[in-house]
Design a protein around this ligand. Structure first.
Ligand code: A2P
Length: 276
């Protein structure tokens, strides 16, 4: 007698294997606009912390629907992690937000990007400026020992509309300090170099306002006890919406910093937080 199998299992067995398929291992929802997920990592995938890859799902027309996503996990992690917005009408994220452990996603293993250490000249202090899901590449860089080998101080600012939207970043930074493996890898003295500066613009919180305004009026520097941003000592990476990136570029250029690239390192680099 043949074994009876549930219909959905038969369908899953018959589904064609996706090209560059990876398996989802964990999903976490933070708000109705934000979620993170982890998936298996192709054995051959090497990347520099801060880079992005194309990921997605098979579209209804049988063609892959792909978007650029910063890798949020550090390069030493055996899995990959991503942090995503949910756009109700977004062709990809309206579907991607429903993935569950065991599902398959498509991942093109060709990492690229400018938010990398190679695009910055040596300096003393490194700033990460993020809004929303722009925190993702910094989640990778913050857990990379190289970040602390290269700089005496690391400041990460994260601006979101609501307090709940800060959760992914805040918990990640808190967990870093109590993660034995990470403390061993990076060193407790190096982790002490990290300073976190979250702000909200619409919810009440201890620090309110756009980081751009807080930089312009000097609040950030007063709060952190720093006497400004200088091209001799300070380096910056910026990741947020287009408007945010442009405003912050102007501020950094005003401080005398120049934009760098992989082929021509300088004092700051910018990348758009990708929306799907
Ligand atoms: P605001 O609430 O004042 O628009 P979003 O969710 O729209 O991507 O925005 C994420 C965060 O980035 C919000 O707190 C938003 O502030 C802030 N933001 C948006 N545009 C800029 C900008 N040009 N400069 C600084 N902050 C910005």
């Amino acid at each position: 007698m043949t074994e009876q199998r549930p219909v959905n299992e038969i369908a899953a067995t018959k589904a064609p294997t996706l090209p560059d398929a990876q398996t989802v291992t964990a999903v976490r929802h933070f708000t109705d606009r934000l979620f993170s997920f982890r998936c298996t990592r192709p054995q051959s995938l090497r990347f520099r912390s801060g880079e992005f890859v194309m990921i997605g799902l098979m579209g209804d027309n049988g063609k892959p629907l792909l978007r650029a996503y910063s890798i949020a996990s550090p390069s030493w992690d055996e899995e990959l992690e991503f942090y995503s917005i949910k756009v109700p009408d977004g062709p990809l994220t309206s579907k991607l937000q429903h993935i569950r452990p065991g599902d398959q996603i498509i991942l093109r293993p060709k990492p690229v990007g400018t938010l990398v250490h190679d695009a910055l000249l040596p300096g003393k202090r490194l700033w990460f400026f993020a809004t929303g899901t722009g925190f993702a590449p910094f989640a990778s860089l913050l857990r990379d020992p190289e970040t602390y080998e290269r700089f005496d101080e690391v400041i990460v600012t994260h601006t979101c509309r609501e307090v709940a939207e800060l959760t992914y970043g805040r918990e990640l930074i808190e967990a870093m300090r109590s993660d034995e493996l990470l403390v061993e890898l990076i060193g407790a003295e190096n982790l002490a170099k990290l300073r976190y500066y979250p702000t909200t613009t619409r919810d009440q919180s201890p620090r309110m306002g756009r980081i751009t305004d807080l930089l312009k009026d000097g609040t950030v520097f007063r709060d952190l006890g720093i006497d400004g941003i200088r091209p001799e000592t300070d380096r910056a990476m910026v990741c947020g919406s287009l408007g945010f990136n442009l405003d912050l570029k102007a501020i950094l250029e005003g401080f005398g910093l120049r934009e760098g690239a992989n082929s021509d390192p300088a004092e700051y680099v910018v990348e758009k937080a990708f929306v799907g």
